[in-house]
Structures are given as structure tokens and as C-alpha cells.
Write a protein that binds this ligand. Structure first.
Ligand code: SF4
Length: 388
């Protein structure tokens, strides 16, 4: 039975809201990337369109408190600092910021310049997420990146010098990598004492250059067993170094978890603006999934013509909503609140839950259902079992 009072927090004025801004341009398209990206070009319309889109979104969400604003992409470090400042200000005018909002930007090491990052900080960015991927030149070449190991180290040093909160991304599981090379990448990262590290397994997606290479029999990633071993190596090394493994691919020193991403995993609302951005918002107790027009020119045209950049809005059924809460929530160490899951109308397969707990894949702590370390290796399987 839906408990309206308990769910009301999802849509009230004080319910936290996050904003995601997608900047779709990159200096070059990496062969493993399946995001909505385009080769970089000057696009003065896009910032204006994003700003108009944000204003239109206010009609959908009503007044809300912003807990995080995230510039992702693509490569938002290609944006002009004054455009970033303009968007940050607009979000504050359209809604209102909480006392200490997280305002983060994803950056490419190739864009690391002291003056530029200082401008970003002055614009209001208080967290930088650096796409290092590896400190190994062979790996960076294989991954098609436009920086080398030396540039990665220099960018990370500049990041540590400029921002108190920063994160770096590493990719593991590229073909040719062994445990020693993986250790070396992590050790190099740790020298800069980053408060947050994201370590992603290289996955080969169909619609990418690596996917096409795989179709020709050329696999650029290690096999599933090696990848699982690497995952355990990463988790052990970073946990030992004092990081909290708070989400499958994310590790943080206490207090430096990504609030923006936690919002996704905990099922909070977020506005998504910019080409191809996804969003979620709750109105009258109904959660909606949104997606913007993907092509930058068509996105700007849509904003001009209809006032908002959305291509589609779907009301989620109760089952879709509770499924999403489970699938996203089991990614984080905290897990899902069983009480909230029930309030959302979800029903778990009790028999499956019992044997998965007995076999050590799941655990219940403080009325939260959590995936154990062993369970995190087979998360898709767990959620399938729980939802059958
Ligand atoms: S820089 Fe990032 S977003 Fe751009 S193509 Fe490479 S992986 Fe994709």
C-alpha cells in the first residue's frame, strides 16, 4: 500500500534536486565511448539554449533546493568559464541552492591550465573530476586518449593544487594489462592523495570503434574472469589505502563521496539539460523519466520552438519506479531501504532473497538490503533473481 505521507518528500519544495548539464563536445572521440558526443566545434547557441531550458524546467519541478550541479559530457572543460558561471548563476536564480552545494565539472587532462582551472573555480566550480584513465602511455594510446602519462600526472598535480575536492577516473581491463600494471596505476594515483577515485571496468559497447573491432575478432578488453580479478584488486588496494568503497566503481575518503551521483543511486530527482541528457522528476507523487533531444542543433531548435529541450517524458509505473530504486540502490554500499522499497510498491522475490542472503551475496543491515562484496561481482544476476 502506498504511504503518501512518506513518499511526499520526493516532490516537496524541500526535497533535494540535482541538475545535470550535458556538454556533448570532445576534442576527439575515444574508441570505447558510447556517450552522446560530437567532435568539438564552436557553438555559441548551446549555452543560451541550456539556460533557456533550465528556466523552462522550473515549471515542471516547482521551487526546489539544489544540492548539486554537475557539468558532464562530453568534455565540459572545453566550455568557456563565463558560460559556466552564467549557468551556475541561472540555476541559483531558477531554484535556490542549499547551503553547501556540490558544483562539479568533468575535465580532460589535455585542458589542464592553471589560469583556466582558476577561472573555473572563480566561476563557482568546487569539485573537479579528471579523466586520467591511466598513467601508462601504452594504455592511453590504446584507449585513443589525447593525453599521455606525463600530461595526466601534471593535470592531477594541478587539480590537487587548485581544488580541495577532486576525483580521478581510471579505466582497467584493457587488453595487455596485468595486475602489476594495474597496481602501478593505482599507486601513481595515490601519490596525489585524491579524495575520490572512480575506477571503471573497460566494457565494449556495440556502437563504438572497439565494438566494431570486436566484430572483426579484435578484442581490446580482457576477458570476464580477468576483469573480475582486477575489480577485486582495485577494491582491495583502495580500501587498504583508506578509501570507502561506497559504490561499485567509486571510492572516497570520508565526506568526499559524489553527492550528485549518490542522488542518482538513491533515487532522488534530477533535472537533465543539454543534448541527450536524461532526467527524473516527481510531480503529484508520480515520477517521470525525461530525455532531451540528442543532436546539439536539434536540441537548440527544440528549445527555441517549444521552450524546453525535452524530446520525451514518460510517467514511470509503480513497478518501474521500485525496480529502478532497487537496481540503482544495490550499487551503493548502503543498499536500499526496505521500508522505502515497500512504500514505492515494490515486491521482492522472498525465496530468492533468502537464498541469496544464505549464500552470502546479500545482507540486511539496519533494515537496508545490501549487496556483499561477493554480490557486487554479480549484481545484474542478483537484481534479476530478486525481481522474478
Ligand atoms: S573524452 Fe570522454 S566523453 Fe569524450 S569521447 Fe572520450 S570518453 Fe567519451
Amino acid at each position: 500500500m502506498l504511504n503518501i505521507n512518506s513518499v511526499e518528500i520526493d516532490s516537496g519544495e524541500n526535497a533535494p534536486l540535482s541538475v545535470y548539464v550535458h556538454w556533448p563536445y570532445c576534442a576527439r572521440i575515444c574508441p570505447y565511448c558510447d556517450f552522446n558526443v560530437y567532435k568539438n566545434k564552436p557553438d555559441s547557441d548551446l549555452t543560451a539554449s541550456i539556460i533557456a531550458d533550465l528556466k523552462a524546467w522550473r515549471e515542471l519541478t516547482g521551487p526546489r533546493k539544489i544540492q548539486s550541479l554537475h557539468f558532464g559530457g562530453g568534455t565540459p572543460s572545453l566550455m568557456r568559464a563565463h558560460d559556466i558561471a552564467h549557468i551556475i548563476e541561472t540555476v541559483g536564480h531558477v531554484w535556490h541552492y542549499c547551503d553547501t552545494p556540490e558544483i562539479a565539472l568533468e575535465a580532460n587532462p589535455a585542458d589542464a591550465h592553471k589560469a583556466r582551472w582558476t577561472e573555473f573555480k572563480q566561476a563557482g566550480i568546487n569539485r573537479l573530476s579528471l579523466g586520467v584513465q591511466s598513467f601508462n602511455d601504452t594504455a592511453l594510446k590504446l584507449l585513443g586518449r589525447d593525453h599521455n602519462a606525463d600530461a595526466a600526472r601534471k593535470a592531477l598535480a594541478l587539480c590537487a593544487e587548485t581544488f580541495e575536492a577532486f576525483s580521478l577516473d581510471l579505466i582497467y581491463g584493457w587488453s595487455g594489462q596485468d595486475t602489476a600494471l594495474l597496481h602501478s596505476d593505482i599507486e601513481t594515483a595515490l601519490r596525489y592523495n585524491p579524495p575520490h577515485i572512480s575506477a571503471y571496468q573497460l566494457t565494449i559497447e556495440d556502437n563504438t570503434a572497439f565494438g566494431r573491432a570486436l566484430g572483426r575478432g579484435d578484442n581490446r578488453a580482457v576477458n570476464a574472469d580477468e576483469s573480475a580479478n582486477f575489480f577485486e584488486t582495485v577494491a582491495a588496494q583502495l580500501t587498504q589505502a583508506g578509501y570507502n568503497h561506497y559504490e561499485i566503481s567509486n571510492f572516497a575518503k570520508s565526506g568526499f563521496e559524489s553527492r550528485h551521483n549518490l542522488g542518482y543511486w538513491e533515487g532522488q530527482d534530477y533535472v537533465g539539460v543539454g543534448p541527450g541528457a536524461h532526467g527524473r522528476y516527481t510531480q503529484n507523487y508520480i515520477r517521470h523519466a525525461t530525455i532531451c533531444e540528442s543532436n546539439p542543433a536539434l536540441y537548440s531548435q527544440r528549445v527555441k520552438e517549444q521552450g524546453i529541450g525535452l524530446k520525451d517524458i514518460q510517467a514511470l509505473s509503480r513497478t518501474e519506479r521500485s525496480d529502478e530504486y532497487l537496481i540503482m540502490g544495490l550499487r551503493i554500499s548502503k543498499g536500499i531501504s526496505l521500508a522505502r522499497y515497500e512504500q514505492l510498491g515494490g515486491t521482492l522475490n522472498q525465496a530468492a532473497m533468502a537464498y541469496l542472503i544464505q549464500d552470502g551475496f546479500l545482507q540486511i543491515r539496519d533494515n537496508h538490503l545490501q549487496a556483499s562484496a561477493k554480490g557486487r561481482l554479480v549484481l545484474n544476476h542478483l537484481t534479476q533473481q530478486l525481481l522474478t
